[in-house]
Design a protein around this ligand. Structure first.
Ligand SMILES: N[C@@H](CCC[C@H](N)C(=O)O)C(=O)O
Length: 291
């Protein structure tokens, strides 16, 4: 006899970057394998359809804890859109009482501030901490482990590209393009994201077009999930790379236009922290039937 288990879930998105959220504070999660469950629920035909799975858990060092699994089951250290959705869920479900609270991730604790109207969280600001810029820590293979990776050359199929490496707890390679619609997202995303030896832990492959001194376009092929409509850590990394490549300056909020909407990102010189502000939305709630 096959026993079915009903797993309560909430589907949420940040600018179209959608995940299935499981509340492990309110409910006991009897799940044999979260990587397997992530692959199953992400399937749009036999599952629910998402970019991956996010767990909201008790924490002994912050107010709540987030774990994030990509569509392919790999666990990531951080997720910007996930942090804003976890903050909205935690506040609206009274898992936290204050409008400012902390969220534990595998890349450290992040401070979230919810912006509330009539009891509903409309926007969330997250202090994403300091970007990591040392080659050995991003990580990018080769060269001096302690140096920054700025405008580094990379040859793919005989074509030379340049990229800047940034980690926001998870690795990003940023390629600047003249026009976002001409970004070689399929070509470089498929080649670099999951298996290229230059990026020993894989990499989120981002493309950035400068529009003005406070506005960029950004598109992404995510490690473990492929093309998504938005990536919060990637939007932060796109602004850090824009500053490192002297296209915009610190302490100016930059609007990042993603496929699914806009984020405001600011890299502050007083703290060296990156602040991210944007929407978080609930799509639906239900039960996933696990066999
Ligand atoms: N979409 C996320 C990032 C999710 C993890 C990423 N694919 C990785 O493997 O590092 C975001 O909003 O930051």
């Amino acid at each position: 006899m096959i026993l079915e288990q009903k797993i309560p879930f909430t589907k949420m998105h940040g600018l179209g970057n959608c995940y299935i959220y499981l509340d492990g504070i309110t409910n006991k999660l009897s799940v044999p394998s979260f990587p397997d469950l992530s692959m199953k629920v992400s399937d749009p035909y036999k599952g629910i359809g998402s970019d991956g799975l996010i767990l909201i858990l008790p924490s002994d060092q912050a107010d709540v804890k987030m774990r994030i699994f990509n569509k392919d089951g790999s666990e990531a250290m951080n997720c910007g859109n996930g942090l804003r959705c976890v903050a909205k869920y935690a506040y609206e479900h009274h898992l936290v009482q204050a409008e400012r609270f902390s969220i534990e991730t595998l890349s450290g604790n992040k401070q979230a501030q919810v912006h509330v109207k009539n009891g509903v969280v409309e926007q969330v600001t997250v202090d994403m901490g300091e970007p990591i810029l040392e080659r050995g820590l991003i990580p990018v293979a080769g060269g001096n482990e302690t140096e920054k990776v700025i405008r580094e050359k990379l040859i793919v199929d005989g074509v030379t590209y340049t990229f800047t490496g940034v980690s926001m707890g998870n690795p990003h390679a940023l390629f600047f393009v003249d026009h976002i619609d001409k970004a070689p997202i399929h070509k470089l995303g498929a080649k670099l994201a999951d298996t290229d030896p230059l990026f020993p832990n894989g990499v989120n492959v981002g493309f950035v077009q400068k529009l003005t001194d406070h506005e960029v376009n950004y598109r992404v092929w995510e490690r473990g999930s492929g093309i998504t409509q938005a990536c919060g850590t990637g939007a932060c990394a796109s602004v850090v790379a824009s500053i490192l490549e002297e296209k915009v300056v610190k302490d100016v909020p930059v609007t990042v236009h993603l496929e699914g909407g806009d984020l405001t990102i600011e890299w502050r010189s007083d703290t060296n922290h990156v602040l991210m502000t944007g929407d978080a939305e609930t799509i639906c709630e239900g039960f996933y039937l696990q066999q």
